[in-house]
Design a protein around this ligand. Structure first.
Ligand SMILES: NC(=O)C1=CN([C@@H]2O[C@H](COP(=O)(O)OP(=O)(O)OC[C@H]3O[C@@H](n4cnc5c(N)ncnc54)[C@H](OP(=O)(O)O)[C@@H]3O)[C@@H](O)[C@H]2O)C=CC1
Ligand SMILES: O=C1O[C@H](COP(=O)(O)O)[C@@H](O)[C@H](O)[C@H]1O
Length: 505
């Protein structure tokens, strides 16, 4: 890996503390950083180098996956870290930064390879890029890379404006838009699963798949982020980025090579084939929800509008469910259901692929069978379950069985670790490319408009539940239901029969 200088804007902030420094430290311990590596942290706070290093050491102790009990390793790591005060709005501060970087590049004989990582509020991205250009910091004899955190814009228009401002100083191949879901091992595994299992490859299409469900359920509420979240909601915070990225990774046709260009191309094809939501189709396919007071893990918790910092009259969505259709050769007529929400019953990000029932019953017994299900757990547990049917030798009945494999998320590299290492190697395969981001905003825009005009009901759901009942009806209309945590054994036909008879299954 090339030697480099890593310039971290927002080095005193929450994300740097909880994710970025621990990830870089883990890479250091695993010997995945270049031999010559210098990091310069930036912020407005007046801090000496020692004070800053002390803060970084604390964050490693609190959040690193790797042990920090070896003082010498932590000390050696901190040797690579410096701090410079900088106000992103002050051009003169960039001149000081430039001399600091150049001084270190000379002292440590580093080539002019520079990473500019923006862990600051999105409103500052444009100013930083303009000042990097104005100050000459982005003119290098080696390579330069810009890493940018979400949210990438607030809607289609603002995302386009932001992208144009970045493009003044950085080429698309130099921009790494982080979507941490793309760094999750099981999201990266989707491509591998299909590629390395001919059985799955053969089934990955509308002939065999009845529906696909993608869920990201959280138990946490808005926490301390009301200022951001109340202007964002689940649609911008999770749906436009993480949820649509998971959809792309699942539904894309396998590229010949897993390169940034080819994966990006295949993902774009999915977004282009996504049936556009007409304004009048929003209500039929989208469910908007907001949590009210309830119980999570036996604890009473407040409703969204009672949370500190939230406007008591807020209509912000803390839950969204959607039905989408991909009108291409492989997926036409397969509904994709996507939902995400805060303060739900459990923390679980998962994809369930429900396969179609066989056309004929097992001839000897005429028994209805449970559907085959492939469940891909993205987190907190990473794993996979395949539900098949077999005859129970004890009672002679056909019953569903689950083949299950799992790894605890804490035993495997954290998404930020994987993504930062990829970026350092210059590999943008698991980053969000502009085309995808733009197409995602384009698809979501009618939803944003409908929410803004309050055209959709805002369904209340109690904290600790599975979300609004309206989201269940979205699937019931098509003869399906959400697969929650419990293994389910009812076939599509049994469900339809039971519904006709008014029985809850
Ligand atoms: N926290 C999280 O879990 C996540 C955050 N993000 C994104 O990451 C980015 C950072 O978020 P987060 O760390 O939570 O934010 P914080 O508010 O905790 O930190 C903001 C950082 O920006 C710096 N900063 C603010 N204004 C200026 C300025 N004028 N000049 C120089 N530095 C400035 C602050 O330093 P100082 O006060 O010293 O000036 C601080 O280091 C945001 O884009 C956010 O949306 C994305 C996903 C998750
Ligand atoms: O980006 C975000 O993601 C988290 C959920 O991430 P996970 O890795 O814990 O599934 C979410 O809580 C947050 O609101 C959002 O900004």
């Amino acid at each position: 890996m090339d030697a480099m200088t890593f310039v971290l804007f927002g080095a005193t902030g929450d994300l740097a503390k909880r994710k970025i420094f621990p990830a870089i430290y883990n890479l250091y311990v695993d010997r995945k950083l270049p031999e010559s590596f210098q990091l310069i942290g930036l912020g407005r706070r007046k801090l000496s180098e020692d004070e800053f290093r002390g803060q970084v050491a604390q964050s490693l102790r609190a959040f690193s996956r790797r042990t920090t009990s070896d003082e010498a390793t932590v000390r050696d790591f901190l040797e690579h870290i410096g701090y410079t005060e900088l106000n992103v709005n002050e051009l003169s501060d960039y001149a000081k930064l430039a001399s600091r970087i150049e001084e270190r590049e000379q002292r440590f004989v580093l080539p002019e390879n520079r990473v500019f990582y923006m862990s600051v509020a999105p409103e500052l991205f444009g100013t930083i890029v303009a000042n990097l250009q104005e100050s000459g910091l982005s003119r290098v004899s080696g390579w330069k890379r810009l890493v940018i955190e979400k949210p990438f814009g607030h809607d289609l228009e603002s995302a386009r404006v932001l992208n144009a401002s970045l493009a003044q100083a950085f080429e698309e191949k130099e921009i790494f838009r982080i979507d941490h879901y793309l760094g999750k091992p099981m999201v990266q595994n989707l491509e591998v699963l299909e590629y390395s299992n001919p059985v799955l490859q053969a089934l990955w299409r509308n002939r065999y798949v009845a529906n696909v469900q993608i869920t990201a359920a959280e138990t946490v509420g808005v926490e301390t982020r009301a200022e951001y979240y109340d202007h964002s909601g689940a649609v911008r915070d999770m749906f436009q980025n993480h949820m649509l990225q998971m959809l792309m990774m699942l539904a894309m046709q396998l590229p010949k090579h897993s390169t940034a260009e080819e994966v990006g191309f295949k993902k774009r094809k999915v977004m282009e084939a996504l049936r556009p939501l007409q304004q009048e189709g929003v209500e039929a396919n989208i469910v908007r929800g907001q949590y009210t007071a309830g119980q999570i893990g036996g604890q009473q918790v407040a409703g969204y509008t009672e949370e500190p910092g939230v406007n008591p009259a807020s209509t912000t969505d803390t839950y969204i469910a959607a039905r989408l259709w991909i009108d291409d050769y492989f997926w036409s007529e397969v509904p994709f259901y996507i939902r995400t929400g805060k303060r739900l019953a459990g923390k679980s990000t998962r994809i369930v692929i429900e396969f179609k029932d066989p056309a004929d019953k097992f001839s000897r017994t005429n028994e209805a069978t449970a559907p085959n299900l492939l469940t891909i757990d993205i987190g907190p547990e990473a794993g996979m379950t395949f539900q098949l049917n077999m005859k129970n030798p004890l009672n002679g009945k056909i019953e569903p069985v689950q083949i299950h494999t799992a790894v605890d998320e804490k035993d495997i590299p954290e998404a930020y670790e994987t993504l930062i290492a990829d970026m350092m190697r210059g590999d943008a395969t698991f980053f969000a490319h502009w085309d995808e981001v733009e197409l995602a905003w384009q698809w979501v825009q009618p939803i944003l408009n409908a929410f803004e005009r309050n055209e959709l009901p805002l369904h209340a759901y109690p904290a600790g539940s599975n979300g609004p009942e309206a989201a269940d009806r979205l699937l019931e209309q098509d003869g399906f239901h959400w697969w929650h945590d419990e293994p389910q054994a009812k076939s599509q036909e049994e469900r339809k029969l039971a519904e006709t008879a008014g029985v809850q299954v």
